[in-house]
Design a protein. Structure first.
Lengths: 328, 427
């Protein structure tokens, strides 16, 4: 088999894995948009905030320590504990639920019925507020995140493909774990929305707020629940991306990788986020592999958007998005 | 009551007057935003050194130092706003701490007669002081870094790189592209094969680049990265088991922030530097005594001795020494920005001077002149010891290949002079 074809296969597989990571971020956007019609600009910052909180809790960091020390003249930084990852994740989840409740109570409860652009602007404000809050709570330093996930080349795949092709494929163990987690997450989310009372209520709210209200569905509860689930998805994305690069401010920029996925997969479809992520991941990686060297490289960022735009031309609602029908 | 308040306010101002600062320096820092983790230690080092001078020496030449800190968030527009809002305060010199801001300030500061010190960043050809009269980039620039990186590879290969493969992983920006011409010239001269691997901002996803490195198997990888790109690149190198001792980053890819997320696997990673590392220098005892223990440290006091803190401290030290030089030349203690420029242009850094400042061996010796605003291009290589959790220098400060660099600097500065109707020369 020609070398380029073998290399292309490796790139294809890595594209799939990268796509799963993009989809993890896109899922959070989809959940909130589906239930409330809000394009949540703060989703990337939520991933950052969740990851910072997780590290802070696990490492026993005192939140707002710089502020406390500056005001009270104390010198407290750590509680002196190191918690297991599971406790850290559960505690962080509780924080994200609390945040969801606050967001609903303080911001969106007062914006029911407003134009989508107003809601979008509110999420921009929320994003910048959360950036500042995270910075004040946990500091701006780069934090190592270790929840015990494996990293590095998968030896079995390397050796197996070497036996077949004479060239060992590189697949990162972390990407494999991310794929498994994403699959479980999607299965749970689909099952939740299809087979639970709360899930059906969520879909009812997504279809028609007024109708859902008229049959006794609590809009407040549903939105808090959706923001909490989106917070959980953000935490998962934050763990995966934070393990790769350390937890730092730039983590919030992973939202940029989700936008073409949403354009392609549709803003309202959970499977669409996954399929869109896979198409974007594979497309950008193969384009970089095949065409990048001819035109100077660094094509991935812009090619993802080109790919999404091509799909948009033929299917404006995205691959799996709801078709927009306006009756006159 | 109103009169009492006004009287009290005036009395307060008058009482404070004798203690008011006379020499104004600016710190265009970024303690917030995506690069805050790097901006904070630099800003702390810069501020702490001036605090030390005030507390220990009573300022510079008898004049207290007033440091104006302005937050840029590493944003070029905000950086220019900071410049515009502080230049009227009598700022003696600007340290923009960003290549983008530096490019914007080159014409503005030149027109305003205020010197700019872009230390280890900015426009490389500003080394030519006959064209860039108010811009200084001593003691080293990006081209010096690229050249010394190759010199290091020559050293560890017995002086012969022919047939070797060197890859450059770089931030796909003006900054990241800076070393390319130098490396291309070095590749011609030394016979190695150079491959270029750009990484788009911010650099969170680099799988394609590192798969290519795994396929092409270069002998060495150089990196011109920034922010999250550095951490991801080092982690990806670990993942593909690229030998860390063959991976060399520029000084902006060589802080503790860059290697710590990868843990012990980052052991052996190398970085170029134009100043020393660690806190084993007498000046740090004084900083502890006069600044930290006195409760006057810029931050929490936990950054002292880190690579970027040391860089900030080194920049402040060079600014203070230039101010002293200016005071000597002009015979006044309360110098102006124009006089500060003269001080910078006549700055002489010797090992004796460094030792007297409590910084023996901390940086290279160099002279600045009208023709040469960039020093002698002395750069060293440091290496990360993950077990000890610290950097250490593994080479002396080595001069870059002037045969390659001087023609490039002449060409680029001549082009700038032609575009801006500047007649090169010394006043």
């Amino acid at each position: 088999m020609p070398d380029q074809l073998i290399f292309g296969m490796e790139v294809f597989l890595n594209g799939l894995m990268a796509g799963v990571l993009y989809a993890l971020v896109a899922l959070g956007f989809v959940l909130i948009y589906k239930a409330s019609g809000i394009f949540n600009y703060a989703q990337g910052v939520m991933a950052l905030f969740a990851a910072m909180t997780l590290v802070g809790v696990m490492e026993g960091q005192v939140p707002f320590s710089h502020l406390i020390n500056a005001v009270l003249g104390t010198d407290v930084h750590h509680f002196g504990w190191h918690l297991p990852a599971l406790i850290g994740i559960l505690t962080t989840m509780a924080v994200m639920v609390g945040l969801a409740w606050l967001v609903q109570k303080i911001i969106f409860k007062h914006l029911v019925g407003q134009e989508p652009i107003i809601l979008f602007m509110a999420t921009i404000g929320l994003a910048y507020f959360m950036e500042g809050l995270g910075d004040m709570m946990w500091g701006a330093d780069i934090k190592k995140l270790d929840v015990g996930l494996p990293q590095g080349i998968n030896i079995w795949i390397d050796e197996t493909t070497y036996g077949i092709f004479g060239y060992g494929f590189f697949i990162d163990n972390l990407d494999i774990v991310a794929t498994i987690i994403a699959a479980i997450l999607v299965a749970i989310l689909v099952a939740f929305s299809q087979y639970t009372k709360q899930g059906r209520a969520m879909r009812a709210v997504a279809d028609d707020h007024q109708a859902a209200l008229s049959v006794g569905v609590s809009l407040n509860f549903i939105w808090v629940m959706v923001w909490s689930v989106a917070g959980f998805v953000a935490l998962v994305a934050g763990i995966m991306w934070g393990t790769k690069s350390g937890v730092q401010f730039s983590l919030s920029l992973i939202a940029l990788k989700a936008l073409p996925v949403l354009m392609l997969g549709g803003f309202t479809s959970i499977p669409g986020a996954i399929v869109g992520g896979l198409i974007i991941g594979v497309g950008e990686k193969l384009f970089e592999f095949a065409v990048g060297p001819l035109i100077g490289g660094a094509t991935e960022n812009w090619f993802a958007y080109v790919l999404a735009l091509i799909f948009l031309v033929f299917r404006p609602q995205g691959l799996f998005g709801d078709k927009i029908i306006e009756r006159v | 009551m109103k009169r009492t308040l006004i009287t009290a306010a005036v009395a307060g101002i008058m009482a404070a007057a004798p203690a008011m600062a006379e020499l104004t320096f600016t710190a265009l820092s970024y303690r917030t935003g995506p690069y805050a983790a790097n901006g904070i230690p630099f800003a702390d080092g810069y501020q702490d050194y001036f605090t030390l001078l005030n507390e220990r020496d009573g300022g510079i030449g008898g004049e207290m130092v007033n440091l104006l800190e302005c937050e840029t968030g590493y944003n070029t527009e905000k950086g220019v706003e900071c410049y515009e809002s502080t230049k009227g305060e009598g700022a003696l010199v600007y340290q923009p701490l960003s290549t983008g801001i530096t490019y914007q300030l080159i014409p503005k500061a030149t027109a305003d007669g205020i010197p700019v010190h872009s230390m280890g960043y900015g426009r490389t050809s500003a080394k030519n002081g006959e064209v860039f009269r108010n811009i200084f980039n001593y003691p080293a620039n990006y081209w010096d870094g690229a050249s010394v990186g190759i010199k290091h590879l020559l050293d560890i290969n017995g002086g012969d790189l022919s047939g070797k493969k060197v890859a450059l992983v770089y931030h796909n920006s003006a900054y990241g592209k800076e070393p390319i011409r130098t490396l291309e010239e070095a590749a011609k001269k030394h016979g190695f094969e150079l491959s270029l691997l750009p990484v788009d901002h911010p650099g969170q996803e680099q799988k394609s680049q590192w798969l290519q490195i795994r396929r092409d198997r270069p002998d060495y990888v150089l990196m011109w990265g920034w922010g999250v790109m550095n951490q991801v690149a080092i982690q990806e190198a670990v993942n593909i088991r690229f030998p860390m001792e063959n991976f060399i980053g520029v000084w902006w890819s060589g802080s503790e922030n860059d290697v710590l997320p990868a843990g012990e696997k980052a052991h052996g990673y190398k970085a170029l530097t134009f100043h020393n590392v660690g806190d084993d220098f007498p000046v740090f005892d004084d900083i502890q005594k006069y600044v930290v223990d006195g409760g006057k440290a810029a931050g929490a006091g936990d950054q002292i001795g880190t690579a970027l803190y040391n860089r900030g401290l080194y920049a402040a030290m060079l600014a203070a020494e230039a101010a002293k030089t200016a005071q000597g030349i002009h015979g006044v203690s309360d110098i102006t920005p124009a006089q500060m420029r003269d001080g910078m242009e006549n700055l002489v850094i010797t090992e004796e001077k460094m030792a007297s400042l409590g910084l023996p061996g901390f940086g290279p010796s160099f002279n600045v002149s009208c023709q040469n605003h960039g020093g002698d291009g002395m750069v060293a290589v440091s290496q990360w010891d993950a077990n000890a959790g610290k950097w250490s220098l593994i080479t002396d400060f080595v001069q870059s290949d002037q045969d390659i660099l001087n023609p490039l600097i002449d060409e680029d500065s001549a082009s700038f002079a032609a575009e801006n109707n500047i007649t090169p020369g010394c006043n």
